[in-house]
Design a protein around this ligand. Structure first.
Ligand SMILES: [Zn+2]
Length: 270
């Protein structure tokens, strides 16, 4: 009898543990979206004010989920404020609108530095010689569980002051890319046919950008994307959301592939 009671209690405890995170999330989503959060979005994310009401609603819900599930860590003495949390969450969740996908399930931490940060780097050169050095970064996405960002650059990255570049969109595009199993410029797509279409368009556009970078000719897509297919996907994502009209006109096939993947058309709110 005592054994049966013990088993029942254990089963109940396990059930509660499984149920608790879901219950907590539901409670977080049921809370009203704070008014000052919306003010932060209007100030630091110009696209928000121009979006249709249904997308604004979706975005607010995704932000609440994101803020509930991810932990923000201030680095180098940075105090994490609501402005930092909501601005980063808003831009990260822009990439999830209209898509039945979990909100960055592998990501747990967002580390935020006040400004550009320095990371040690080791490189193996031809012949096996290992060289060590430092690299200054504005953002970095890790495959395991974190994204690192420089806050002053996040704040400056908006359509009005610095069109076409957005470090949050860039790093979270890397997160979507790595969620497919490898960070190679192809995020998770739903069918073989879509992968085939994606690789045909992206390889062609990647080659065009490499050529533009080589000749230093102007491009709506940042030349940095020519360094690898993964960087190409990240900068193409920035251009898709930040320079959508120009990207649509100059690279219609790439724009169509990104619109199919992201399930939104940012031209509607620019
Ligand atoms: Zn990158």
């Amino acid at each position: 009898m005592a054994l049966m009671v013990l088993i029942a209690l254990l089963a109940l405890g396990t059930g509660l543990l499984l149920w608790l995170p879901k219950y907590r999330l539901q409670r977080a989503l049921a809370r009203p979206f704070p008014r000052h959060y919306a003010e932060i979005l209007r100030k630091n994310m110009p696209a928000y004010s121009k979006m249709p009401a249904d997308l604004q609603l979706q975005l607010k819900r995704l932000i609440q989920q994101f803020l509930h599930q991810k932990k923000f860590v201030g680095c180098d003495g940075l105090n994490i404020t609501d402005e930092i949390r909501v601005t980063i969450a808003g831009k990260a969740c822009l990439l999830l609108l209209n898509r039945p996908t979990p909100a960055y399930p592998n990501l747990s931490f967002i580390l935020v530095y006040p400004s550009a940060f320095i990371v040690p780097r080791s490189e193996i050169e031809t012949g096996g010689l290992v060289t060590h050095g430092d690299q200054t970064l504005l953002g970095e996405s890790w495959d395991d569980d974190r994204v690192i960002l420089a806050w002053d650059h996040v704040r400056r990255s908006n359509a009005e002051s610095d069109p076409g570049q957005d470090v949050v969109l860039h790093e979270f595009a890397h997160q979507l890319d790595s969620a497919s199993g490898s960070t190679n410029g192809a995020p998770h797509l739903t069918s073989r046919a879509r992968y085939a279409r994606w690789s045909s368009v992206f390889l062609q556009e990647f080659a065009l950008l490499q050529e533009a970078a080589q000749h230093r000719s102007a491009s709506v897509i940042d030349h940095y994307g020519a360094t690898s297919p993964a960087e190409f996907f990240a900068v193409a994502t920035e251009a898709f959301f930040e320079k959508s009209q120009q990207l649509g006109q100059e690279h219609p096939a790439l724009f169509a592939a990104l619109r199919e993947f992201y399930c939104v058309d940012p031209r509607e709110w620019q």
